[in-house]
Structure formats: structure tokens, C-alpha cells
Design a protein around this ligand. Structure first.
Ligand SMILES: [Zn+2]
Length: 474
């Protein structure tokens, strides 16, 4: 990755040119030489990577999907095919490449850049987790991406920070960890509810007088709603950073309101969009201004999720990523399964003036868009919207949804635990009315106990809570 103060102010055409140079280098000097999967794919499809000169030529390369990468029963090492093989001894040292970025002397690849360091896995809510291999080169990039995200969110070394992301081998926790090391701030790496538990996290927030809390949206919301119960104060809290799971703007507003109600010093909410396969998370400078990507690390395309057609700026579509400067696992045109409802823009950010490409709108997961069998045919149900509605409500503490199948139709059941002090007898019918109005589906709403719901969604058990259970295949 390059100098951030330069990249973040570069005009869009210069960013595009830089990305094309990096892409060319990645294709011809890395993938064609030492990437088992793509080397074979290029051969099989008759693709000459040297002919891919511009980003517009990228569509000559097929997409890579999660199903292409996941370990196979007959080949548990299949994902290894996506990892760059280390260069041969002395490789490239004699060759004159004539291609060097920023006058860097071409001395051939450094074998140390390719040495396996660790695996981070995708969060794997419903799909199989994908192991993504990091080398020390990637770890440096993860730290750089994290420090950039902190700068974008205006988190400085003076901000004591509580990292409540779940401790696990994933990019969310470790990017945050390395960012705090990188900027040299005071930070408590709690490991999240799974490791430290909510009471201790909230106690730390209070007693360390921490202004910044990094947490997933569902757990963060739950934490704020139970703070009073534990008798702690949020009086020093200024900023909550939400990540791991996606946070719709409506939920940002809800969290801001909760911070105000609790007497927090300020009500700033910032969002990070983590994509495990992108080996980093991208931050927003302020809610609604979009996720500021790192164009010297990852190339982002927005495509039609069905046809794969590359879409114009601002059109909603699926986020597709290409690694431009990574080692270990390298992916080309990887379909993330995430939809950007506002597409992407290369216009400078109206808020912070940074010029890097931004991903706009709410992020929605394709896997939460369901086709349900209705009495009059197939109906589409966007679970992302249910998630948004439920998390934005003032009266809901925890919830989950089940999709069930009867002979005649598929039904949606929402199971809910109200906020302490809520009249459950009033909550259930009111919630049902609201959901029927929004979703036009056969649905029921049921109340349940805190323990039962918490247990079902894996609160303090999973990396992040699971809110959808599709029972139709069982
Ligand atoms: Zn901005």
C-alpha cells in the first residue's frame, strides 16, 4: 500500500491509473507466475493477462465465487490453490522488468513477503467459513488499513478505546487490535462478550473513562439497553464504532438516540464495513457518506447480482473485489454476496473531501433475501429489511426470525423479547401490525424469554448473533 495522505487526495483519474498499474503487476508478476488457481483458469479459458490493460478489460476474467474457494470433501486443501506460491530462489533478480512503481528498483520478489503467517476466517453465519491466508506483508496492510480507518473516523491516540469485537481468527478483531497498536492508543482488547462478558465490558467502559467503543450493532444495541441494569455510566462515551455486521442508517439513528438517553458525552456513531475476503475493513467518516475504500489495496466493482453486468456509479448492486496488493490468498473479481444499496462513487467525499472510491447506502446480504412460497405464487422477502426494522425499534431488546414451510405456503415467525418495562401484551400485536404493513407476508409474532432468545441467537456465544433461521429445508 502507498502513502495515505497522497492516495486519499488523488484525483479519480490518477487513482484509476494507479489501480491499472497495480492490476497489471498483480496479473503478470504474481497470478500468472505463482497462483495455482488463476494460472490454471487463464490457461483453460485462453486468457492472456498481459492483454488486460485497463479496468474495463477486467470483465474478460470470470468471477470467483465463495463456492469456488471453500474446502471440498475430496480436497480439504483446495483453498490452498488461491494462495501465492513463494518465489523460487533468486527469481526476477536478473530480469529487467522495466515496470516499476514510483521509481522503486526492481530487485525481484522478496520471499519473506510470501511466508505464511496466519489464517483469518470469514464470519460464516450460514455459509461455510472460508480460510483466508495472511502473510506478514498482508498483516502490514491490515494494520495500515486499520490506521486509515481510524483516521477517517477521527480516532486518535488520545482516545481510550474498548474493543468489544469478538476475539477470533478474523479480520474484525485483529484489524482493530493492530490499529490501536499502530496509533499507540490506550485500548482494552476485551475479546467481546464471548470472552469477557457484558458486565465487565461495560464496567471497563465506565472505569477507564473510555470515549470510544468498538462493537457489533446487535451487541452494541443490547449493551446500551442493559447499561442501566448493571448500574454503569456512559458519561464519558463519545463514539461507537459499529462493525462485523452491517448497520443500516435507521439503526445508526437508534444507537445515537440511546447514547443521548444514557447521558453520553457525545452521540457519534461510525460504521466499518468488513469484508473478510478483502482482508480489511473500510470506514465511514460520518454516517451516510459511504465506506472509504483503499484503492491501492482492493479494486471494487459493483455488478448486477444476477447477470454480472458491471454497473455505473450510483447504481445498487453486488460488491465485487479484486486484490491489487496482497500476498497469501489472492482473489480476482470475487463476488462478496453483499449488496451496496447506493452503489459506488468516485466523486470526492462531500464531508471529508477524501477522493478514494466510496461504497454508498446500506449493505445488504444476498443470503438474507428469500423466496417464499405464497398462496398466490412466489414472493420475495428481504430479511435485511426485517433486520433494519427490528433493530431500529425502541421496544425490542432481542429477536430472531424463523422461516417455516407448510403444505400450502411458507410462513415467517418473529420471536421477540421486549425491552425491560415494555408491556409485552401490547408489543406483540403492535409489532405484528407493523410487520404485516411492511412485508405483506403470512407472519406471526411470539414473545419469549431473554434467556431463550439470547441462547437461540448465540449472544456471547457466536462471533455475531444469528437472527435468521431458515427451517424450510429441514
Ligand atoms: Zn468522507
Amino acid at each position: 500500500m502507498q502513502a495515505w495522505n497522497k492516495i486519499s487526495r488523488m484525483p479519480a483519474p490518477a487513482i484509476k491509473k494507479l489501480q491499472e498499474e497495480l492490476l497489471g503487476k498483480m496479473l503478470t508478476e504474481e497470478l500468472m507466475v505463482r497462483h495455482p488457481y488463476y494460472k490454471a483458469l487463464f490457461n483453460e479459458k485462453g486468457i492472456n493477462p498481459a492483454e488486460i490493460k485497463s479496468i474495463d478489460d477486467l470483465n474478460k476474467i470470470p468471477f470467483t465465487e465463495k463456492a469456488d474457494i471453500v474446502p471440498r470433501e475430496d480436497d480439504l486443501l483446495h483453498t490452498k490453490k488461491f494462495v501465492l506460491e513463494p518465489p523460487a530462489e533468486g527469481e526476477g533478480k536478473e530480469k529487467k522488468k522495466g515496470f516499476s512503481l514510483f521509481g522503486k528498483k526492481e530487485t525481484g520478489p522478496d520471499p519473506g513477503d510470501y511466508t505464511f503467517h496466519t489464517l483469518y476466517f470469514s464470519a460464516g453465519r450460514t455459509a461455510k467459513p472460508v480460510p483466508i491466508e495472511y502473510t506478514h506483508y498482508d498483516l502490514d496492510n491490515l494494520k495500515e488499513a486499520g490506521m486509515r480507518a481510524f483516521e477517517i473516523m477521527e480516532i486518535t491516540r488520545d482516545d481510550t478505546l474498548i474493543n468489544a469485537f469478538t476475539y477470533a481468527p478474523n479480520a474484525h478483531f485483529w484489524q482493530t487490535f493492530y490499529s490501536t497498536i499502530g496509533i499507540g492508543s490506550t485500548a482494552l482488547q476485551t475479546g467481546g462478550g464471548k470472552v469477557l462478558g457484558l458486565e465487565k465490558i461495560l464496567k471497563a467502559l465506565d472505569s477507564m473513562e473510555a470515549p470510544a467503543l468498538v462493537i457489533s450493532p446487535g451487541y452494541g444495541r443490547f449493551a446500551l439497553l442493559t447499561l442501566d441494569h448493571f448500574g454503569f455510566s456512559a458519561g464519558n462515551l463519545e463514539k461507537i464504532v459499529l462493525g462485523i455486521d452491517f448497520t443500516p442508517i435507521a439503526v445508526v439513528d437508534r444507537i445515537k438516540a440511546l447514547m443521548k438517553e444514557l447521558g453520553a458525552k457525545d452521540d457519534q456513531v461510525r460504521r466499518i464495513y468488513f469484508n473478510s475476503e478483502a482482508k480489511s475493513g473500510w470506514a465511514e467518516c460520518a454516517p451516510g457518506f459511504g465506506y472509504h475504500t483503499n484503492p491501492d489495496h482492493i479494486l471494487v466493482e459493483i455488478v448486477d447480482p444476477v447477470t454480472g453486468e458491471v454497473l455505473s456509479e450510483g447504481e445498487p448492486g453486488e460488491i465485487v473485489i479484486t486484490h491489487l496488493d496482497t500476498r497469501g490468498t489472492v482473489l480476482l473479481r470475487f463476488k462478496t454476496g453483499d449488496i451496496a444499496t447506493g452503489g459506488m462513487t468516485t466523486e470526492p467525499c462531500p464531508n471529508c473531501k477524501r477522493t478514494v472510491p466510496r461504497i454508498l447506502g446500506d449493505i445488504e446480504r444476498k443470503e438474507h433475501i428469500y423466496e417464499l412460497k405464497g398462496k398466490e405464487g412466489i414472493v420475495s422477502f428481504n430479511g435485511n429489511h426485517l433486520r433494519r426494522v427490528m433493530f431500529a425499534r425502541e421496544d425490542v431488546l432481542l429477536w430472531y426470525a424463523e422461516l417455516n414451510r407448510t403444505d400450502s405456503e411458507d410462513t415467517l415467525k418473529v420471536i421477540v423479547k421486549g425491552v425491560s418495562g415494555t408491556d409485552e401484551e401490547a408489543l406483540l400485536p403492535a409489532l405484528k401490525d407493523a410487520l404485516v404493513g411492511e412485508f405483506n407476508l403470512a407472519l406471526t409474532v411470539e414473545g419469549s424469554s431473554l434467556d431463550a432468545v439470547a441462547n437461540k441467537i448465540g449472544l456471547e456465544k457466536n462471533i455475531t448473533e444469528q437472527n435468521f433461521f431458515d427451517n424450510r429445508m429441514n
